[in-house]
Structures are given as C-alpha cells and as structure tokens.
Write a protein that binds this ligand. Sequence first.
Ligand SMILES: NC(=O)c1ccc[n+]([C@@H]2O[C@H](COP(=O)([O-])OP(=O)(O)OC[C@H]3O[C@@H](n4cnc5c(N)ncnc54)[C@H](O)[C@@H]3O)[C@@H](O)[C@H]2O)c1
Ligand SMILES: O=c1ccn([C@@H]2O[C@H](COP(=O)(O)OP(=O)(O)O[C@H]3O[C@H](CO)[C@@H](O)[C@H](O)[C@H]3O)[C@@H](O)[C@H]2O)c(=O)[nH]1
Length: 429
Amino acid sequence: MNVLIIGAGYVGTTTGLIFAELGHSVTVIDVDQKKINDLQKGILFFYEPGLDTLLTKHIASGNITFEMDHQKAIKDNPLIFICVGTPQNQDGSANLDFLREASEFIGSNLYEYKIIVIKSTVPAGTSKQVKGWIEYTKKDPVSFDVLSNPEFLREGSALHDALYPDRIILGSENDQATALLQELYKGIKAPFIVTSPSAAELIKYTANSFLATKISFINEIAILCDKLHINVQDVAKGVGLDIRIGPLFLDAGIGYGGSCFPKDVLALIDTAKKNNVDLSILEKVHAVNENQPGYLLKKIKTRLISLSAKKIAVLGLSFKAQTDDIRQSPSLKIIKDLISEGAMVEIHDPVAKLPGDLMDKVFQKASAEEAMINADAILICTDWPHYKKIDWPDLKNKMKSPIVFDGRNMLDAAEMKSIGYIYEGIGCE
Ligand SMILES: NC(=O)c1ccc[n+]([C@@H]2O[C@H](COP(=O)([O-])OP(=O)(O)OC[C@H]3O[C@@H](n4cnc5c(N)ncnc54)[C@H](O)[C@@H]3O)[C@@H](O)[C@H]2O)c1
Ligand SMILES: O=c1ccn([C@@H]2O[C@H](COP(=O)(O)OP(=O)(O)O[C@H]3O[C@H](CO)[C@@H](O)[C@H](O)[C@H]3O)[C@@H](O)[C@H]2O)c(=O)[nH]1
C-alpha cells in the first residue's frame, strides 16, 4: 500500500518505518528541511534503540522515502497519516495549530478520494474539526474520510511497542476505510478495536491519564511510607500482584515527565472543563506531579542544610532511560532548583544533552564517575541501567561525603548502606 506520513517526528518516523517493515511503500514529509535531509542520509535526529538500523534497512530497500515536495506526496498517496505535534497551550488545552495547517494543506491539494488518519494525540471531537478544515479548503467536490488511530508507543521502546502493541484502536465510520486499515496493519498481532473517532481520541487521553494517576498515587503513598518507615517498593509489589491493579507504573520517584503525560493530563482536564465536568482527580494528579521533584529537593536540604557552594552530581537528564528526550524532564526542574540554592552542579547522561539555558551554569561530564568525584552528594534523576553498575565501593572514597539521593529508587538501599553510603530514596530509606 502507498502511505504518506505527515510529520517526521518520533511518532511519524517510527510509524513510517513500521509500515515499511510491513512491506508498504511509505513517503514521509515534514516542514523541517533539515530533518528530511538528515533522514534521507539515514540520520535520526533522536536517540531510539533499534530505529537507526531499521532506517538504514528501509532506505536501502526503497520502502521508505523522505520528501520535501508536499504536493506531489499528497497526490501520490491514497492513505495519509497525520503525525504532527499537538503541544500544550498556556491554559493547558491542546494546541491544534500544526494539525490545522496539515489538514488545510491536504484540503487544498485534494483532487481525489483519500483516507486521512489522525495519529497525533487530539481531544475528543477533533476528527470532526479536521473534516471541517479539509472541507473548507478543498477546491474540487471530492469525498474523503477522516479516521482516528491514536499511537501508544513509549519513547525508549518505540520499536517494540509499535511492532507488538497491546491493541490497535481505530475510530472509523466507514467500513471500507476500516477494512483498508485492517489490511495495512496485517502482520501486527494485536486486538483491533473499531470504535467512533471521538471514542478513539478519548481512549488515548484516558489511557495516559490513568497511567499518570497510578504514578502520582504511588508517589503520594511513597511520602506516607517515608513517614511510617515502610519501603514503598514492598507496598507496590504486594499491591501490584492483584491482577486488577497490575505491577506496572507503580514505581515511585521524582514524578512523570516527557512530551506526553504532562500535556495530556492537562488537555483532558481542559476537555472536562469545557464540558462542565469535574475531573478534579486529574487536577490532583497534576499537582502531585508538580510537587514531586520538590520533595526530593526537600530531602536534600534537610540532609545538607545549605546547598551553597556544595557540589552535587546529578545522574540523568532525560525524562526516562533509553531516550535523549528532555522535554518536561523532572531532572531539569531539580537542576534549576539546585542552582538557585547556590549549588555547583555537574551532570551526566549517556545520550541527552543540556538545554541551551543551562549550558553555562552546569558542567556535563562524559562519565557518571567523573561527575561524582569530590561531590557532596549524588542525585539520581534517570534510571539508566548503567548507574546500577557503577563501582559504588570505589567511588565512595572519591566523594567528599558519601550521600546518595535516589530519585528513581533504582539502587538497592540495603546494599548501598552496607557499603557505607547515606542513602535516601523516595519512600525507600
Ligand atoms: N513522542 C511520543 O512518544 C508519542 C507517543 C504517542 C503519541 N504521541 C503524539 O503524537 C504526536 C506527535 O508527537 P511527536 O513526539 O512525534 O512530535 P514531534 O514534535 O517529534 O514531531 C512532529 C513533527 O511534525 C512536523 N510538522 C509540524 N507541522 C507540520 C506540517 N504542517 N506538515 C508537515 N510536518 C509538520 C514537525 O516539524 C515535527 O518534525 C503528538 O500529538 C503526540 O502527543 C507522541
Ligand atoms: O512507574 C512509573 C512509570 C513511569 N514513570 C515516569 O513516567 C514518565 C513517562 O514514562 P513512559 O510512559 O514510560 O514514557 P512515554 O514515552 O512518555 O510514554 C507515555 O506517553 C506516550 C505518549 O502519549 C504513550 O504513547 C505511552 O503509551 C505512554 O506510556 C517518565 O518520566 C517515567 O520516568 C514513573 O515515574 N513511574
């Protein structure tokens, strides 16, 4: 099948490569010329395990091409996936400007029937808006369908998640279009759920918000655990074995970040408000998450009294392991707070880079061990597996004081203490 992907970002590039892997002929376009130039050369602009190999493979197979000729791309492809960003407006609502631009461009170049599929995360009812934008801009009286097919991949495991999804959700009101999409996804073994476009859109936000709720809930329980001297990991394990609850997304820490949970929780709150529905549970989820990095900082200040001129080594910059994405990373919030308290901060991350506004305030070291030398305390912000393998007994003697604040509860508390560290996790002494 000939498929066009609009938006060569995390989702668009991954989706395009998955369709290429399934044997389809994929064209990817973007307004960003540099991204397209790089992708044509096989260069990914983000770190995602395994994706570079697939990119090289399918540039060679000819199953995927990256183009700047947008008009031709629309003309040549009967099936169009919109994968543009839907960032957060100041008031928390979803910003649909990129989606509108892409829709209007499709409309103004629509001369024969096309199926347009929205993969971007958009509020319930948006597919109707997209229909309207296309209808308004099209010049010929041609028909088209707009479907919703939200994406559930996670950064860091994008390839696996897209190849082996828990489900494929399709919002469609046209049986022929549904059948075509089923054919497109043939080869992916997953329950294929067909529903209305609005329901599909709401499923995406509900899933993300539910997962965010699990995280904020366990984070509040972790604070209670600290008071009661109970290990939150023991609690999460005992609770998670109940199959109605499940063990995943019960890792307490410094809160959720990334380009999805923070904005999607706020966008769902906004949808509820616009419909006069009280979704205060999500407002609390958001508030707990906003405070969670501060909870770790409070622990540090209690222990070190003053941070002025103290050297703090921060391990991890990205919002989670296996990605270089620093969007809404709790690590950044913590680093900024440490700086404003007068601390000298040295950081390490295996792939993520400091943002421009921190470059002259923080030193990025090539290894975790280098950042830790002479440190007054270590702060783990991202659960990179490498941090487990650090030679902790050796490093202890190279630090000014052997104190570890583990914002991801990734190290073994008892082991760290037996080595001689003062160790504090989140709900995990
Ligand atoms: N990143 C994730 O893990 C993830 C997972 C599931 C869903 N989503 C959702 O998917 C959508 C895309 O997210 P992303 O992380 O890939 O975003 P991104 O910012 O990485 O990529 C979006 C791309 O769209 C391009 N673009 C914008 N307007 C365009 C236009 N008119 N024509 C062509 N290209 C255009 C941008 O230049 C950019 O390259 C969002 O709605 C997001 O919420 C993201
Ligand atoms: O038990 C947990 C699990 C996760 N996190 C944090 O939550 C954030 C999000 O993690 P994760 O969900 O693994 O990463 P994302 O790539 O943001 O993926 C989420 O957002 C995507 C974009 O919408 C969806 O497609 C995915 O299904 C959804 O998991 C990260 O900061 C994690 O550190 C925790 O603090 N505790």
